[in-house]
Design a protein around this ligand. Structure first.
Ligand code: HEM
Length: 519
């Protein structure tokens, strides 16, 4: 027989309800006046249901229209701050760099892809500072950058010849150009063809690495409990894939290391980032296992961080030229006026070619290669504009949105280099996308000068010697590519068709004069 509920039963139920309501209200529903504004969160999951699998930068930018340039969101229990303006990014990540230079834990990378973090994923601290110094001396030092010029010149000649000889393979040629420069600086490895075994292997693995590590694939970063799901269970499939990619990443670290060591032992190693690290870190002929790992990982990171990003800017440029022939004509007129047609542009000509520089800036702004940057982590609680930024929060700079603010760049979807030409010098400096596309503060991209010079050199030389135009279909109709960029960490350009050929016979001769063996 069922007894009627007693007063004690009612009391227990009442107390339970109060406890549950209170914890839900205080943790999830109460909109704290102290956090920056942001979209409404749900209990337990926070804002995860509002994050699209693709092009998150666009959703974050639409939030900024309602909530302003600093937004609070929560992915499960993890707090994140989206920064939507250069000003806030500089105020937090540059002026308060001592608090904002850490990286969040990337569970997916750490557990499956690279057991010890390489520079990009490394927490802020003594080792990170030390490794950054090595990168800076190889990539930010004026003498080092000048030392790379013969290599850049040789590779640009090769790029132009490749474009003239097999224009349909333009994407492979651009990849080879960017990859060859970085691989030679990095390991002293000379790339002779687009099928270079090492480059193909690395590119394939990097593609897998970026998809495996993308937001869509790495829910485990926000819900680390997922790492305990067995790989055969629903939701655990990501592990199998990640373990395969992880093995390839280890190969990519080992193979060139062994080769450079062999070359050093036999006295035929070319000076490179890797040889300089080996020399600097070896003490009394010894290297600890940890130092060995750091050298291998740093060299791998130089290539992986530097190649795709540079390629993306160059492919964005070619796409923009197909779509905007008047920009190409205007830049060619500037080059003809300043340099003439007897020689190719050099980095020293940069200041004398302001319109070409506007094109480079517009390429960076229109499709910033790393649209959401690489997240930082704030190391302790902070107060900004009266808001609480909780210690441990992930800081996501929406770099794409910074280049698409309508109040700063009118009609931002339009590729329009003139927007920079019309500004006075001070405004043009303030609005220069190089102020944000390379990130912020102590974690700013150490490869930014090399990247910018490599990109400028290719753009100026292609403009000087090549015409880029739309292809025609068999019925003679022009094919107009629709600009489309991949979602993910790097905003790669989707494949498109175009026709590239030397502008004039003189340009073809100029390109032909230089052959691949000229350095
Ligand atoms: C157009 C080309 C490039 C773009 C747009 C770009 C962009 C970025 C961005 C946004 C970051 C994150 C900065 C931050 O955390 O605030 C970064 C980091 C980094 N980049 Fe680049 N990058 C480019 C080319 C390169 C090149 C050529 C190299 C090396 C040869 C390189 C090496 C690195 C490294 C090592 C880091 C990690 C720094 C750290 O965590 O301390 N990048 N880059």
């Amino acid at each position: 027989m069922q007894l009627p509920p007693t007063l004690v039963d009612y009391l227990i139920v009442f107390v339970l309800c109060v406890v549950i309501f209170n914890s839900v209200y205080t943790r999830w529903l109460k909109i704290s006046p102290h956090f920056p504004p942001g979209p409404q969160r749900l209990p337990l999951i926070g804002n995860i249901h509002q994050i699209p699998f693709e092009y998150q930068q666009r959703m974050f930018a639409s939030w900024a229209k309602h909530h302003g340039d600093i937004i609070y969101m929560q992915l499960f229990h993890k707090p994140s701050i989206i920064v939507d303006s250069v000003r806030v990014a500089q105020e937090l990540m540059e002026k308060r760099a001592s608090k904002y230079s850490d990286r969040p834990q990337f569970v997916m990378v750490k557990e499956y892809l690279q057991p010890k973090p390489s520079l990009v994923f490394m927490s802020w601290g003594e080792k990170c500072r030390r490794l950054r110094k090595f990168f800076q001396s190889a990539l930010e030092n004026k003498a080092a950058l000048e030392g790379y010029r013969p290599l850049q010149r040789r590779e640009i000649h090769r790029l132009l010849r490749d474009l003239a000889q097999s224009p349909m393979g333009f994407m492979a040629h651009v990849k080879r150009y960017a990859g060859a420069i970085i691989l030679e600086i990095d390991y002293g490895h000379r790339v002779t063809s687009a099928q270079d075994e090492w480059m193909v292997y690395v590119d394939h693995t990097v593609d897998e690495f970026t998809t495996t590590g993308s937001l869509a694939a790495s829910l485990v970063d926000f819900l680390p409990l997922m790492k305990h799901i067995p790989s055969w269970m629903p939701g655990g499939g990501f592990k199998k894939r990640a373990l395969i990619v992880g093995a390839k990443v280890r190969d990519m670290m080992e193979i060139p290391y062994r080769k450079v060591q062999r070359d050093m032992a036999s006295g035929c190693a070319k000076p490179s980032f890797m040889t300089s690290l080996l020399e600097k870190m070896t003490q009394d002929g010894c290297l600890s296992a940890e130092e060995e790992y750091d050298i291998k990982a740093s060299c791998l990171v130089m290539y992986t961080a530097g190649s795709d990003t540079t390629i993306t800017s160059l492919m964005t440029f070619i796409l923009a030229m197909v779509l905007h022939p008047h920009v190409l004509d205007k830049a060619q007129a500037e080059i003809d006026r300043v340099i003439g047609s007897e020689r190719l542009p050099e980095l020293d000509d940069r200041e004398a070619l302001p319109y070409v520089d506007c094109i480079v800036k517009e390429v960076y702004r229109w499709n910033p290669p790393v649209p959401l940057g690489i997240p930082h982590r704030v190391m302790e609680d902070d107060i900004y504009r009266g808001y609480v930024i909780p210690g441990g929060a992930t800081i996501i700079p929406n770099i794409w949105s910074m280049g698409h603010h309508t109040d700063i760049y009118s009609d931002p979807e339009k590729f329009f280099p003139e927007r920079f030409e019309e500004m006075d010098t001070q405004t043009a400096n303030q609005k220069d996308p190089r102020k944000f596309i390379f990130g912020f503060g102590k974690r700013i991209c150490p490869g930014r000068y090399l990247a910018d010079e490599t990109v400028w050199l290719a753009i100026a030389n292609i403009l000087a010697t090549m015409n880029i135009q739309k292809c025609r279909d068999p019925s003679g109709q022009e094919i107009t590519p629709i600009p489309s960029f991949k979602t993910g960490i790097v905003s790669q350009v989707d494949p498109f068709l175009c026709e590239i050929k030397p502008r004039t016979e003189k340009a073809a001769n100029l390109v032909g004069q230089h052959n691949a063996g000229d350095v």
